[in-house]
Ligand binder design. Structure first.
Ligand SMILES: [Zn+2]
Ligand SMILES: [Zn+2]
Ligand SMILES: [Zn+2]
Ligand SMILES: [Zn+2]
Ligand SMILES: [Zn+2]
Length: 300
């Protein structure tokens, strides 16, 4: 068996490429930016991405976020979330916010999640699969004439039928107003509703109705193994990160951008660690029966 070998500095180059890809997403149109274009892109896009992030989830009529949409999550149009428009210079005023597909020729006007039945697309009441329907408004079936538009009776893990759910696109403020988690600011493209490791679990696996709560600390701290989701494995923290000191929790977008090139720790791992530490702190504060202190204040 042949082994993959990397030239000296090769691993760092791979890390740099992965970082580039997470930040740029599909925005380079498949042709790598030059270093100058990349710098220019970051200067232009990152501030608006951090300020105008839109959170996307698939919500049950009970208010539970059954699915948090991530960059790779498929749309009804068969394209991924990251292939849709996700960055806005100013947040649109109209509701619902529509995130159209950017793939040439695709008629999808708004990102629209459809659940999978295991690894299979779900069926419409016309018996044809979701991907046999048109992505244009009306969602007519391409394979029969009796379909009045895609309608799935597939039952979600929450017990409600798929058709009773909505794909919800909301701002940070709208999400906070509902008591939903927003996680840390991240510079990456098309993060959708992902706010932490537990976002990858289905709503009912996050074990609460609101979507606010997190699994026990023991679950969160268990080591990432080879059987875990590739996303988790990719984000596995280097052991050196545990000894890093924390910075003040009030940094704005500008300092977060400047911390992009932290050498020992992946940004996502950094933000995730900070997020989980805060959850732990809040938990232990609750357990002691104390009121939650705003960040930065010292308990008297
Ligand atoms: Zn779409
Ligand atoms: Zn599309
Ligand atoms: Zn149909
Ligand atoms: Zn049909
Ligand atoms: Zn559900």
């Amino acid at each position: 068996m042949e082994r993959l070998t990397l030239p000296p500095g090769g691993a760092a180059a791979v890390d740099e490429y992965l970082e580039y890809r997470r930040i740029v997403g599909e925005d380079d149109g498949g042709k790598l930016f030059t270093p100058e274009e990349y710098e220019e892109y970051k200067k232009k896009v990152l501030p608006m991405r951090l300020q105008n992030r839109l959170f996307v989830s698939w919500r049950s009529p009970t208010g539970m976020d059954c699915k948090l949409i991530g960059p790779e999550t498929l749309c009804f149009c068969t394209h991924r979330y990251k292939q849709h428009k996700t960055d806005f210079e100013t947040v649109p005023q109209q509701r619902p916010i529509e995130l159209p597909c950017r793939v040439t020729g695709c008629q999808c006007k708004a990102y629209h999640y459809v659940p999978l039945n295991g690894t299979q697309p779900v069926r419409c009441r016309c018996k044809h699969f979701a991907d046999q329907h048109s992505a244009a408004l009306g969602f007519a079936c391409n394979s029969c004439s009796k379909c009045s538009g895609f309608h799935s009776c597939f039952t979600c893990a929450c017990g409600q039928p798929a058709y009773a759910h909505d794909t919800v696109v909301e701002t940070r403020q709208e999400r906070l107003a509902q008591g939903k988690p927003v996680g840390r600011d991240v510079p990456y493209a098309a993060m959708g509703g992902l706010t932490g490791f537990s976002s990858l679990a289905e709503g009912y696996m996050r074990l609460d109705v609101s979507g606010i709560g997190a699994p026990s600390v023991a679950v969160l701290d268990s080591p990432v193994s080879a059987t875990d989701h590739p996303f988790l494995r990719a984000l596995q923290m280097p052991s050196t990160s545990a000894s890093q000191t924390l910075t003040d929790g009030n940094e704005g977008p500008s300092t977060q951008i400047s911390s992009l090139r932290k050498p020992e720790e992946d940004d996502m791992a950094y933000f995730e660690r900070r997020y989980q530490e805060r959850i732990k702190m809040e938990k232990s504060a609750k357990q002691k029966g104390k009121a939650l202190l705003p960040p930065g204040t010292k308990p008297s």
